[in-house]
Design a protein. Sequence first.
Length: 326
Amino acid sequence: MPSPPRRLRPHPLPVGASGIVAVSGGADSIALLHLLHGLGYTPIAAHLNHGLRGAESDLDEAFVASVASSLPGVEYRSIRIDVAALAAGRNLEATARHCRYDWLERLADEEGVAWIATGHHADDQTETVLHNLHRGSSLGGLRGIASVRVLTDRVTLYRPMLDIRRAEIVEWLTARGLTWRTDSSNADTALTRNRLRHDILPWIADRLPRLADNLNRLADDAREYTEAIESIARTALAEAIARADGLVRLDAVRLEREPGLIVREVGRLLWIGEGWSRGEMNRHHWATFERAVRGEVRAAQFPGNLRAKRTRATVAVGKWEEGDRE
């Protein structure tokens, strides 16, 4: 196959290193596999069968296997995971996403490859930013999808088509007679992301054509700002943190010098570092953490039986037992 036109060239991946392309069978991942192959890459095509759509899921798996076998040098790997059973009442989409990336990481380690690539495109980025705005996201949510993410010390995740619109992908595939599979569950507009995809994004493309690109540029800017904020907060946390009696103790005098967004980011990094769940933490909780640091409240309660108590110079954070005294 001839090299793709310049506009449809994915961002370069590491030269001389082998990798994996996650292939669902949809237009985006099929295009990525063909585009990379046309540029001389011979990755492993990896497909996870979630088993969520019965025979349709099995047909997706067979289709991806067929596409991989048609491309010289491309190997194929697949796995079947009962995602519905694993979800067991939890968010099905989040469980599927976790299963997918967990398997891809394990596969990359088993195969000894340096990168994983997914077919996320510019419309996915716009959709993600809008979805996060709809949920009332802070600046962090405006970052959208990262184009590069380090997974382990040996494996990096790339999304090389984030600058390419889905319409361009479909046009390219159609012009070459290449086919793809359509996930019927994506048509369910009762789901917010599907409504964005099928109703809102086409409306934007038709009436406000510059808005989508501007949102994606906003995501790039938000990522730069949040990375800078995170760097400052990491330094502040490292200088303020100590431990005693099973609790984390923060030097409140040190942290009081920082603006509010840095203090709140210190809290987020602390929760991540300690492995505390952030699922139920909201803007009010992070603001309360800041107030505790500044001594505006003496004690605060957080989800997961976590508490913060301010003394004259420190804030102690952790799982306090009833009757504990500072």
